[in-house]
Design a binder for this molecule. Structure first.
Ligand SMILES: Cc1cc2nc3c(=O)[nH]c(=O)nc-3n(C[C@H](O)[C@H](O)[C@H](O)COP(=O)(O)OP(=O)(O)OC[C@H]3O[C@@H](n4cnc5c(N)ncnc54)[C@H](O)[C@@H]3O)c2cc1C
Length: 440
């Protein structure tokens, strides 16, 4: 039987950040993970490519995080200025749609967008809308919503937008000044401006996104290696503060920090009230298929990623990973990550997904010839986007409170069930480690 002060479950980005901070604070920990690949931030090396499991870049909005990234990564860091596009009616346009729709060659669409914006400007004092779809229409107008925002978000969330709340949107959806866009669209002024929350970001020069996590482990050195167990959490008895791993290891803990998805953790509790079980089952989420493609160099765009709003195309985003760093693909090759959401529980057939995505890439001229594909690899990510449906907040806080009373901290993207970036996870990890220090 092992005894630890702090047991961390999950060695994805959040788990690693907590471990790193606890180590800096001189506190002991044990960290377990059923894999050793970095969770959502994993990278796989195949035939000279470094494929990230999904498109990941390092957004930084706070000095604390920027400083952390720079210290951890040293010279293996690129600072990039966002180059994003959207694909609409067979053409690439600068992103975001809501700011650049006036450049579209289709006048009908442009007029629809202008009329919608005029309506928005007229009704500025309206009450705050109650759901995501209404929020989009109220802020961007019917034209922009109909042509881009609604179909794109329906593809990404695979959930009725009328049932999604709006508490997360301000941070993630660029909201340009509608009066200014109207002036630009009508040709009375021109201003080249960057919009949104991720205008510049970092990316590892070598090794893909997982190089960041590997560098954190590197900094922790031998202490991390001797504190890590590769095994799955099977059972937790919160009365005895005991955890059992799938390899049979038994661990007594004082505090448990879980970064695995909330429902998965609750499923492992020896005793759980029925009401909590029901609450956990009601949490909604979207799954994701991401296709890594290694191709012979042929795409002419320098975009880092491209959004696809049209319903006739099954995926919603392509990240051109080799435009983030040329070192993730062999010379004269490129690598793409094609992302397609699936409703949670929807059937996933690897071969079918690969064929379907590739056929649409060819049909839309994104890749020219099938014979240019060097590697194709489909990943299935069960937990990709936590859905903020209109009832989730109350339920989530009820679950987190239940666990906190048992000295369990459930944090991270699916531990806290929030649409968190890596930076948000880092901040949660810092706060949690600080709480643990104060209690030690
Ligand atoms: C499509 C997509 C794109 C994204 N893009 C960006 C981006 O560009 N920039 C950004 O900052 N953020 C991005 N994010 C968010 C980012 O990936 C997450 O915020 C972050 O990686 C979450 O880390 P985590 O440790 O909380 O969770 P995870 O990475 O999910 O880690 C959880 C860990 O728990 C382990 N585990 C699960 N069950 C068990 C068990 N029973 N026993 C032991 N271990 C277990 C898993 O193996 C995993 O390693 C993106 C997310 C998605 C889905």
């Amino acid at each position: 039987m092992l005894h630890v002060d702090n047991l961390i479950v999950g060695a994805g980005f959040t788990g690693l950040c907590v471990a790193h901070r606890l180590q800096q604070q001189g506190q002991s920990y044990l960290i377990v993970d059923e894999n050793q690949d970095g969770g959502l931030c994993s990278t796989t090396a195949i035939e000279g490519f470094f494929f990230d499991t999904t498109g990941h870049v390092i957004h930084h909005n706070t000095a604390l995080y920027e400083d952390f990234v720079r210290k951890i990564m040293g010279a293996n860091l690129l600072c990039l200025k966002r180059k994003a596009k959207f694909f609409f009616q067979q053409q690439l346009q600068p992103y975001p749609f809501q700011a650049y729709f006036y450049m579209l060659p289709n006048y009908e669409v442009v007029n629809e967008c202008i009329q919608g914006l005029e309506q928005v400007v007229k009704c500025k004092t309206r009450k705050e809308p109650r759901n995501f779809e209404k929020w989009l229409i109220a802020n961007f107008g019917k034209g922009i919503s109909k042509n881009f925002l609604i179909p794109y978000n329906e593809k990404m969330w695979r959930f009725p937008l009328k049932k999604i709340s709006i508490e997360w949107v301000e941070k993630y959806i660029p909201k340009p000044d509608s009066e200014q866009i109207l002036r630009i669209a009508k040709g009375t002024t021109f201003e080249e401006k960057e919009y949104g929350y991720n205008q510049s970001f970092f990316y590892p020069k070598v090794g893909g996104i997982n190089a960041f996590l590997e560098a954190i482990k590197q900094k922790m050195g031998e202490k991390f290696r001797s504190s890590f167990i590769k095994s799955s959490l099977s059972l937790v008895d919160t009365n005895r503060r005991k955890a059992i791993l799938s390899n049979g290891t038994k661990i007594l803990w004082n505090r448990l920090i879980s970064t695995i998805p909330l429902p998965a953790f609750l499923d492992r509790l020896a005793k759980i009230p029925d009401a909590i079980k029901l609450c956990a089952r009601s949490l909604k989420f979207t799954s994701l298929v991401s296709l890594n493609l290694g191709i012979r160099r042929e795409m002419s765009t320098d975009a880092h990623w491209i959004y696809f709003p049209e319903k006739s195309i099954p995926f919603h985003r392509i990240v051109i990973q080799s435009n983030l760093s040329k070192f993730v693909a062999p010379d004269s090759s490129q690598s793409l990550i094609v992302e397609r959401s699936l409703q949670h529980g929807a059937h996933f057939d690897r071969k079918q997904e690969i064929n379907c995505i590739i056929s649409h890439l060819l049909k839309n001229g994104i890749i020219k010839r099938k014979s240019d594909i060097l590697v194709a690899r489909a990943n299935y990510i069960r937990y990709a986007y936590p859905i903020y449906d209109t009832v989730f907040n109350k339920r989530k806080y009820c679950l987190l409170k239940f666990l906190r009373n048992l000295d369990v901290y459930s944090i991270g993207r699916f531990g806290s069930w929030e649409y968190l970036s890596m930076e948000d996870c880092f901040i949660q990890a810092m706060d949690t480690a600080m709480n643990l220090k104060n209690m030690a």
